[in-house]
Design a protein around this ligand. Structure first.
Ligand SMILES: Cc1cc2nc3c(=O)[nH]c(=O)nc-3n(C[C@H](O)[C@H](O)[C@H](O)COP(=O)(O)OP(=O)(O)OC[C@H]3O[C@@H](n4cnc5c(N)ncnc54)[C@H](O)[C@@H]3O)c2cc1C
Length: 404
């Protein structure tokens, strides 16, 4: 081992955990700090794309992700008011491009927890919960993190530090790195219901409903008991307070307006999220790196944020491994920022912004044009495949590989 010092990771979300596993599988010592007492199980990412499934296969995780998730080759875009299907895309067309021509809907807390389980079996990995990284100092040969725990504050030395501490990243702020971009004025409301939308949407667990007044999205996940839950995502109105958005009558009104049925919907969770399109001005400063949401955040339409964060984790672990094994000079670490940052803008920011614009478009002529373009894309096998290569992030992985 080139260095006895561990690589420090701030944040035990899915990106921090996957980074730890990708490093630890190379025999590198890792010390991960998670501020909370347990993995956050709020309903966030579930959609795991082909390019990411390939990486999870390398890490020995894909079988469990698939078993605990739900395999879905298709996604649909509907006109909500007309209840009319605009277009259906089928990842099955990527059968010659990937072993995984589908997405797997597997909730992100399951992924983090199954990764932590594997980490717990590795003697060169330490994971501390209720341990918040509050500051850092860099030296020529090491980085020192300040960690606050219920037992007190201590300093921990590492060879490198990875900030995988989410959108509000303390590490990014400590480095003084700008989080460039903007925040959408509305918030996203996610309602979780055991109501079986399957009767109407059984053929597809990923549905987007475009609407000039109130678009929405409908996804199925397996849930912790495997019985199935549906998540319905709406934008909030600008005049609405959090309490008003979560109010029972408002929640039922929203659901009934989009999916009318007799009787109220059972709603087991109601969560509100701020939505941003932001990219850190740099993903690296010296011995400190940003990965996942600490480096980039985006709206969830297209299911790309965590997927890209996992790609960060895998790339960063590969580069650090090569440097720490003396297979490559430390200068190769520059590649992380040089490639990941523009790739995020091109594949994640651009796609998610376009996806949102398409769903909420108010101009009837523009809506008709955009729907016609989608139909044309889906009807042409070459264009359909090209669209899916981009949507599944296979294109971004290929572009990165070509640059190497
Ligand atoms: C409604 C919704 C749906 C989404 N759906 C998808 C999807 O289908 N597909 C997709 O790819 N993406 C999706 N996303 C995005 C996805 O949830 C995020 O990209 C993902 O959570 C990023 O993981 P992360 O580990 O980088 O950050 P986080 O999940 O935010 O984890 C960061 C961790 O760091 C910890 N932490 C914070 N500060 C510190 C500190 N100072 N010290 C130590 N620990 C700290 C936190 O407690 C947390 O556990 C969705 C997001 C939302 C809101």
């Amino acid at each position: 081992m080139a260095t006895p010092r561990p690589i420090l990771i701030a944040g035990g979300g899915p990106v921090g955990c996957i980074t730890a596993l990708a490093l630890a599988r190379q025999g590198l010592p890792v010390h991960l700090f998670e501020a909370e007492a347990r993995v956050n199980d709020a309903p966030r990412a579930a959609t795991t794309h082909a390019a990411t499934l390939e990486m999870l296969a390398e890490l020995g995780l894909v079988d469990e992700v698939t078993r605990r998730g739900l395999v879905e080759p298709k996604f649909r875009i509907w006109d909500r008011a007309k209840r009319e299907l605009i277009v259906e895309f089928d990842f099955g067309l990527l059968a010659n491009d990937t072993r995984f021509p589908y997405v797997v809907q597997c909730e992100q807390h399951k992924l983090a927890n199954m990764t932590l389980e594997r980490l717990s079996a590795l003697p060169h990995v330490s994971v501390d919960f209720s341990a918040r990284v509050t500051g850092l100092e860099q030296f020529d040969d090491r980085v020192e993190a300040t960690v606050e725990t219920p037992a007190g504050t201590r300093k921990v030395s590492g060879s490198y530090l990875i900030g995988a501490d989410g959108g509000r990243s303390t590490v990014r702020k400590a480095l003084g790195i700008e989080f460039e971009g903007y925040t959408h004025p509305e918030r996203f409301l996610v309602l979780t219901t055991p109501f079986a939308f399957d009767a109407e949407f059984a053929q597809c667990s990923r549905n987007y409903f475009s609407d000039p007044d109130e678009w929405c999205a409908l996804f199925k996940v397996t849930g912790d008991d495997g019985k199935g839950l549906w998540r319905v995502l709406f934008p909030t109105r600008l005049t609405e307070s959090d309490d008003q958005a979560k109010d029972e009558a408002a929640v039922q009104g929203r659901l009934q307006q989009s999916f009318p049925k007799r009787g109220p919907y059972p709603v087991v969770h109601r969560n509100l999220y701020n939505v941003h399109q932001r990219v850190a001005a740099s993903f690296r400063q010296g011995r400190v790196f940003l990965a996942g949401d600490s480096a980039h955040v985006n709206n969830p339409l297209g299911g790309l944020g965590l997927n890209f964060g996992i790609h960060d984790a895998v790339e960063l672990a590969m580069l650090l491994g090569r440097v720490l094994r003396d297979e490559a000079p430390a200068a190769i670490l520059d590649q992380y920022d040089r490639f990941r940052r523009p790739l995020n803008i091109e594949y994640v920011q651009q796609q998610t912004i376009a996806n949102k614009k398409r769903l909420e478009e108010k101009d009837p002529a523009q809506r008709a044009k955009s729907n016609a373009a989608l139909r044309q894309t889906a009807a042409d096998p070459i264009a359909h495949r090209a669209y899916l290569l981009r949507a599944s992030l296979i294109d971004s992985v290929r572009k990165r590989a070509a640059a190497a």
